[in-house]
Design a protein around this ligand. Structure first.
Ligand SMILES: NC(=O)c1ccc[n+]([C@@H]2O[C@H](COP(=O)([O-])OP(=O)(O)OC[C@H]3O[C@@H](n4cnc5c(N)ncnc54)[C@H](O)[C@@H]3O)[C@@H](O)[C@H]2O)c1
Length: 368
């Protein structure tokens, strides 16, 4: 089997989080790195023994002989850099969210359709062990009809805003749910054959200023209510500004036959109630269902997965991306799943701007 040569852009930042998974994968090797921070890229390349280092992304695409790229650059580069690779039939694993505007989301969908290469969005929270377990229980039908889910991404990043300055514009400099995929991604996988058809976004007002004395454009906490095609409701809370400890992974699910609540830390444990397991309304630990429902790959993971970032998500998403290429099939978070996770947040910006009105979310499958 051919070994895939992988290029990583944004290699001195988030891109470096992918090295371990590609190095450990028997079908891939990290071939080239790219970053506008030349010093950082060179130092990183040296540390992992990669000799091809580029400052210019297109030069890497044209000269390094890569079969696939990982896009770990700031949000506004995801679409342009994905399109440039897809036009050259180079496979793309792109960081989240997939796009920063609906117009460029359409460009991306068009580019994927016209390319021979695969596109996958690297939504690593979909691969967190507990999220995978709940997904498998949902797929087995044990929650019954699922009609409510909620997710929270609470990550105070006022200081990080000043270091990674793009965040001050693209995450906290726009009102609405600017970073929805970590919460929405796993929930949509649980809900299965469903998608968000409309959203309504409201905020808490603004209570914090940046070091220059300006209020952040993003309200401190925003709540994006999502109506699904099957009539269900999903609520996504995003908060990157409030003074408080982090909670990046909280999520819950309610169906007619069961419910689930992730832990909120501080000694809490993920818990589940299933009608088929308990007549009484009593929680059981989610972990009690691991042996029965967790896929083998997460039941007995290699140490590289356990050591990988984001609860192992940074490892397993790479495994799925590589398998999709090798087996010539659609990746599990292909272009339309990526759009399902990204577009509600883009529409939420319009909703909050127009007084929290409900607005329809386009279905990328219908775009020509
Ligand atoms: N999935 C996750 O859990 C997760 C975690 C963190 C960040 N992210 C995403 O990863 C992306 C990067 O975030 P970060 O925190 O690493 O940001 P960062 O600013 O720390 O790193 C980005 C890197 O990209 C480089 N870069 C910027 N523009 C470039 C260009 N045009 N060509 C080549 N290199 C360029 C920068 O020099 C920097 O090294 C963001 O889109 C963010 O949303 C995802």
């Amino acid at each position: 089997m051919k070994e895939l040569a992988v290029g990583v852009v944004g290699a001195a930042g988030r891109g470096s989080g992918f090295f371990g998974a590609f190095t450990h994968n028997p079908h891939t090797r990290v071939e080239a790195l790219c970053d506008i921070n030349e010093e950082g890229a060179k130092a990183t390349a040296e540390s992992i023994g990669v000799s091809k280092v580029y400052k210019d992304y297109e030069e890497m695409l044209d000269k390094a002989g890569v079969d696939a790229v990982v896009i770990g650059t700031p949000m506004p580069f995801h679409v342009p850099q994905s399109v440039m690779a897809l036009e050259r039939d180079i496979h793309v694993l792109s960081e989240v969210p997939a796009a920063v505007s609906i117009e460029e989301a359409k460009d991306l969908v068009r580019a994927v359709r016209q390319s021979k290469a695969k596109y996958m969005m690297a939504e690593n929270y979909c691969y967190i062990r507990s999220n995978v377990l709940v997904r498998e229980i949902a797929r087995a039908g044990l929650f019954g009809e699922m009609y409510f889910a909620e997710g929270e991404y609470i990550h105070e990043l006022k200081e990080l805003n000043e270091i990674t300055k793009w965040r001050r514009k693209w995450q906290t400099g726009i009102n609405g749910n600017t970073y929805p995929t970590h919460s929405l991604g796993p929930l949509l996988q649980w809900l299965g054959d469903d998608r968000v058809v409309s959203v309504c976004c409201a905020g808490t007002g603004r209570h914090y200023r940046d070091p220059r004395g300006d209020y952040y454009e993003n309200e401190d906490s925003t709540s994006m209510m999502c109506r699904t095609a099957k009539g269900g409701l999903v609520n996504i809370r995003l908060d990157m500004l409030s003074a408080r400890p982090h909670n990046l992974t909280y999520c819950s699910l309610q169906g007619t036959d069961g419910c689930y609540e992730a832990d909120r830390g501080f000694g809490d444990k993920p818990k589940i109630w299933l009608k088929s397991r308990s007549e009484k309304f009593e929680w059981m630990a989610l972990s009690e269902l691991e042996e029965e429902f967790l896929p083998e790959w997460w039941l007995h993971p290699p140490k590289e997965a356990l050591e990988a970032g984001h609860g192992g998500g940074d490892y397993w998403e790479v495994v799925d991306f590589v398998q999709a290429i090798l087996e010539d099939r659609e990746p599990p978070i292909g272009i339309h799943e990526a759009m399902d996770m990204t577009l509600p947040g883009l529409v939420s910006r319009q909703s909050i701007e127009h007084g929290s009105v409900w607005l329809p979310v386009p279905d990328s499958r219908e775009w020509s």
